[in-house]
Design a protein. Structure first.
Length: 262
């Protein structure tokens, strides 16, 4: 399974690095060139031909930083004559897209355009706890603890699987499922705020490094690499400092442009 990091932050911002400016982008992960996990970043990181190869998009929840790439992606594909791209998520997420985004007021309805018979997008509801197959992948959506209905995903390709937490605060079910998964090779876990912003993390239902450490005890897989994402760019340095102090040896930080093979 090849995972390409198009965006891995909780907002967009240019960061000043030793090597120059770096553009932090919102969350979008491309698997095996054809399946997106969340859609915060698509067109800003892919050529038109690469976008046309995408056939399925898994949506963890409706917050804008996880769907904001969809409208321009739909526009980019509006003249493409292939089959619709499937938007895969809970019913609440797909209904929210139709009500709030693709409603011909905020943005054209690419669930009916360019024609109702051949739209850019089609919806596919996934029920938490049920496994579906997408482009040769076995995918299970698992409810997590966020401000809105949200899931993470366990994604298996042959003898390897990865865990994607989605946006979550302290939770249990996703760790129980992952702990039983013998094929687990990597975990992508959100960590949005430093420890000294615990009140905001609680109010917005996101993890801090201290909370992350507690969740990893539930996972109880110390040899599985853990990749952190959804850091707020302006807080990234403080989050990295807090993780180092906790000596979480299996943990590393994602950045845009990375490719991970499991």
């Amino acid at each position: 399974m090849k995972i390409r990091v198009l965006g891995c932050h909780g907002s967009e911002q240019f960061r000043v690095e030793k090597t120059g400016l770096h553009q932090s982008r919102t969350c979008g992960f491309l698997i095996n060139d054809t399946v997106m996990v969340d859609a915060g970043t698509i067109g800003a990181a892919l050529t038109l031909d690469e976008q046309r190869a995408i056939r399925h998009i898994l949506l963890s929840h409706l917050h804008f930083d996880h769907i904001q790439g969809l409208p321009t992606f739909g526009d980019n594909l509006s003249e493409h004559t292939g089959p619709p791209v499937s938007l895969i998520g809970m019913a609440e997420v797909l209904e929210g897209l139709q009500t709030h985004i693709f409603n011909d007021t905020v943005y054209p309805n690419f669930l009916k355009l360019p024609t109702p018979q051949q739209p850019v997008f089609e919806c596919r509801v996934v029920e938490p706890g049920h496994q579906i197959q997408v482009a040769g992948l076995h995918i299970t959506a698992i409810r997590v603890n966020h401000l809105v209905p949200a899931v993470g995903f366990l994604i298996r390709d042959g003898s390897s699987s990865v865990l994607y937490s989605g946006d979550t605060y302290s939770t249990d079910e996703i760790w129980n499922v992952a702990a039983r998964e013998t094929t687990l090779k990597a975990a992508f876990i959100e960590t949005s705020f430093p420890n000294d912003m615990a009140d905001l993390a609680f109010a917005s239902k996101h993890l801090t490094p201290v909370l992350l450490a507690q969740e990893l005890l539930k996972l109880d897989r110390p040899n599985v690499p853990v990749y952190l994402y959804h850091m707020k760019p302006r807080q990234r340095g403080r989050i990295e400092r807090d993780v180092r102090q906790l000596r979480l040896q299996q943990v590393s930080f994602l950045d845009e442009g990375q490719e991970i093979t499991v």
